[in-house]
Design a protein around this ligand. Sequence first.
Ligand code: NAP
Length: 454
Amino acid sequence: MIHSINPTNNEIIASYKEHSASEIEHILLEAENGFKDWKTVPFSERAKCMNTAAEQLILRKAEFSRMMVLEMGKTFAQAESEVEKCAWVLRYYAENSEKFMEDEIIETDAQKSFVTFQPLGVILAVMPWNFPLWQVFRFAAPTLMAGNAAILKHASNVTGCALLIEDVFCKSGLPNNLFKAVITPGREVSKIIINPIIKAVSLTGSTAAGISVATAAGSVLKKCVLELGGSDPYIVFGDADIEKAAEFCVFSRLINAGQSCIAAKRFIIVEEVYSQFEEVFLEKMKSKKMGDPFDKGSDLGPQARVDLRDELSEQVHRSVSNGARLLLGGIVPETSGAWYPPTVLSGVLPGNPAFDEEIFGPAAALIKAGNELKAIELANMSSFGLGASIFTSDLQKGEHAAKYLVNAGSCFVNTFVKSDPRLPFGGINESGYGRELSAYGIKEFVNIKTVFIK
Ligand code: NAP
C-alpha cells in the first residue's frame, strides 16, 4: 500500500493499493491505443480539452488546493495560486501549440523540403511532490497538445493529487485512456521505462532519481528530460537596493516552506554591504510565521515528510559542525509532524554542506564575497546550475553578468527566479538537461522530421 500522510500531524489520510504489473501493462496498452487516434486529432480539438481542463481546475480550485495542503503541507493561499498557474499553462498551450508545431520550410535543392514535428507516442512523467499540480500540468499540457499520450507516476506521498489530476483530464473531453496515473513506488519506475510502449521519459526530482531514470532510459536508448535539484545563488552587489534584495531573498527562500528547486539557497553578498544585508535579512526571516497551512496568517507550513525534515535538520547540524554560525532557527520543534523553522546560517564557505549540497527547506546560507567578481566565482562553484539571481542598480552590469558570467539555466536580475509558461525552464550540470515550457518545451517529445521532395 502507498500512504498519504498529513505532515502537520503525521497521521495517515488515505492508503492506495499499488497497481500490479499486469494492471500497469493494461494502462500502457490503452494509452498506446488512444495515441493512434489522438495524433490525428486537429489542434483546435486538442485545445478544447485543455481549455475545459483549465475551467475544471478553476471551478474545483478549493478541492485541489485542500488536497495539496493535506498531502504535503503548503499553505492554502500558495496552493490556490498553484491551481491558477496550472490553468494558465493549459490555456497557454491551447492557444500557442499549433503555431509552435507549424512545419518549417527550408530552401534547398529540393522542390520542397521542410521540417515537421510529429508526436512520439506514450510519454512517462515521473513527478515530485513539491508542486504536486504545477509540475504535472507543465509537462502534460505541451505533451498532450503535441499529440502524445501521457502516463503519470507521481510522488507516492501525493497520490491523492495524482488521481484528481487524472479526473480533471478524464472530464475534459480527452479520451479516457490518454492521461493515466500509475500507482507504484519509485523503485519500480525502471521497469516501466524499459517497456517498449514508453517512448520517452520526463523526470522532475532529485539528482539520485535522475541518475536512476537516465540509466534505465539509456539502457534502452530512450530520450529523457531531467529537471533536477539546484542550489541557486542570489548575488547581492554593493550598489543593490538592500531592502528590496532582502525582501526577494527571504520570499524565495521560504516559498513552499523552502521546498522549491528554484528557491534561493546560497546568498552571496559583497563585503561592503554584507553587515547591512545580514541585519535586514535576519529581521525579515524572524518575522515569518510557521503555522497551520490552512491559516491565512501562516507564511509557511511544515515540511512535506518527516524523513525529509530529518534530513534537512541533519544537513544544518553538519553545516554548523563544519564551521557555519547558526543565527536563527535550526531546532526541530517537539511536536508531531514535519515542522522545521526558518533558519539562517552565516560564515558559509565552499566545502560546507550548506554550500555544496541542495538545502531543500527553509534554511538560508549567507556567504561573504570580497568583491563582485569573487561573488560570481562563488556562485559558479556548484555542481548544480538551475537558476540564479543578481541584485544591482546597474542594469547593464546585471545583464552582462546574467548573460555571460553566471552558469545556470536561467538568471534573473533584481527579482526572484520563477517559472513562466512563456519562458524555457531547465538546468545545466547536475540540475539536469532538456527544457520545459515555452516553444522549446513542446519540442522535447516530438520527432523533428525532415521531409525532402525532389
Ligand atoms: P525524488 O525523491 O527524486 O522523487 C521524485 C520522483 O521520482 C517521485 O515520483 C519518486 O517516486 C521518483 N523516484 C524516486 N526514486 C526513484 C528512482 N530511483 N527511480 C525512479 N524514480 C524515482 O524527489 P522529491 O523529493 O520528490 O523532490 C525533490 C527534488 O526534486 C529536489 O531535489 C528538487 O530540487 C527537485 N525538483 C526539481 C525541479 C526542477 O524543475 N528542476 C522542480 C521541482 C523539484 P516515490 O515518491 O515513489 O519515491
